[in-house]
Design a protein around this ligand. Structure first.
Ligand code: FA5
Length: 374
């Protein structure tokens, strides 16, 4: 880019004749003209780069004033002294004005950056991003609170479990057809039949034996925790989900206690108006065994064509029953003295009922639009 064109960007109305300097035949008038033009331009310059261009243009080696000084030799000796003094004076004047302008430009740019960076404490703050508890965590806590209010304690157990506690101690020996009910994710997949096979627990029931082994009746505990099953997912089935196990053991505990406890729980969770159904069910570690269902929130129990309850009008939320004497014997309890009940429920299914969620897969899809509603 030619030098003068560059300069015109910086200096509006710059003196184009000065961009191709040549040795001038100096006079007092030409020096006055240079001072006037240079001073006017100097005032309009706003940045240091343009000021340097200005310096080169007027005071540089081939600048306008330098050319005047070089031209002194071409004028009459009689005029030379006065014009020379004037030219030197002009040089000092322009140098001083340049210095002053540089100071001003520096000061102005400092002020601009100070204003830009200043912290305005009166501005409203940016709202902090707030997280919230996952809906499963909220419902697990709500379930536990309902049982704590009825005198139960809360304990937790391992998610990676031995076959021994997940099956054997629950009256489900190797080869027992009931093992098919829990599609197991084996950790020791090579040999699930070996003596101490390890798995991801398929339910929270292994904690029944672990708790009973570690303490004497009376026992009243709930056990919240995560479970895993190797199964296809649909609107009501996940391959990883939570359960809350319940266990009560003591003298003289009957099936009426089990029903009373679960009715009270359902009343607290769902209100008086929700319908509850107990049906006979089979779990090898309880006798008798039941499942407990709530009328479907989606079709209000009609069932007809409902994909949530699969036409039944009911959604099963837990299995329950009186603890099988073999389980009590297995942990060394006196079965003549002690009886008890146990139950295991799915918190996600309970949250679905409570909040009208139509698909269990929403819980773990990490979609914030879903999660932020809770
Ligand atoms: C059991 O797991 C028994 N351990 C429950 C039990 C405990 C019975 C104590 C008797 C005494 P079941 O497989 O039905 O049972 O599961 C219990 C509850 O867990 C179900 O009612 C349901 O609410 C929930 N659940 C089961 N499978 C899934 C799944 N794939 N996805 C989400 N929730 C599930």
């Amino acid at each position: 880019m030619p030098r003068d064109q560059n300069l015109r960007d910086y200096i509006p109305g710059g003196i184009l004749s000065l961009t191709e300097p040549s040795i001038q035949r100096p006079s007092a008038q030409s020096i006055e003209d240079i001072i006037a033009a240079a001073s006017a331009e100097l005032e309009s310059i706003q940045d240091l780069a343009a000021l340097d261009q200005w310096r080169v243009l007027y005071l540089g080696r081939r600048g306008a004033l330098t050319m005047v000084l070089r031209g002194l030799a071409s004028i009459e000796v009689s005029e030379r002294k006065a014009v020379g003094a004037l030219a030197n004076q002009a040089k000092t004047t322009l140098e001083d004005r340049l210095k002053e302008r540089v100071r001003q430009v520096n000061e102005e740019s400092l002020k601009i950056s100070e204003n830009r960076d200043r912290l305005d404490v009166t501005l409203p703050g940016r709202p902090a991003l707030k997280g919230s508890l996952h809906p499963t965590t909220q419902i697990v806590r709500e379930i536990c609170d309902a049982f704590v209010a009825m005198g139960f304690g809360v304990v937790e157990g391992p998610e990676v479990e031995w076959d021994h506690y997940n099956f054997e101690m629950l009256n489900i020996p190797k080869g027992h057809p009931a093992r098919d009910m829990w599609n197991t994710l084996w950790v020791d997949y090579d040999d699930p039949e070996k003596e101490k096979a390890m798995l991801l627990r398929t339910h929270t029931s292994p904690m029944q034996a672990r708790v009973m082994e570690s303490r004497e009746p009376p026992i009243r505990v709930v056990v919240p925790g995560k479970c895993y099953r190797y199964e296809a997912t649909d609107a009501t089935h996940e391959w990883h989900f939570y359960q809350v196990e319940g266990l009560a053991v003591g003298e003289g505990i009957t099936f009426a206690d089990l029903k009373g406890t679960l009715y009270e729980f359902a009343r607290r969770m769902f209100g008086e108006e929700r319908k509850i159904r107990f049906r006979c069910d089979y779990f090898p570690f309880v006798e008798p065994g039941v499942d407990m269902s709530i009328d479907c929130f989606a079709c209000q129990g009609d069932g007809d064509g409902c994909r949530i309850c699969r036409d039944s009008g009911w959604i099963e939320i837990m299995g329950a029953g009186m603890i099988h004497p073999r389980v009590l014997e297995g942990v060394g309890y006196d079965v003549e003295k002690y009886t008890g009940f146990a139950f295991g429920m799915g918190p996600e299914r309970i949250a679905m009922l409570k909040y009208g969620i139509d698909d269990i897969r929403h819980f773990y899809a990490n979609d914030l639009r879903f999660l932020r509603q809770f």
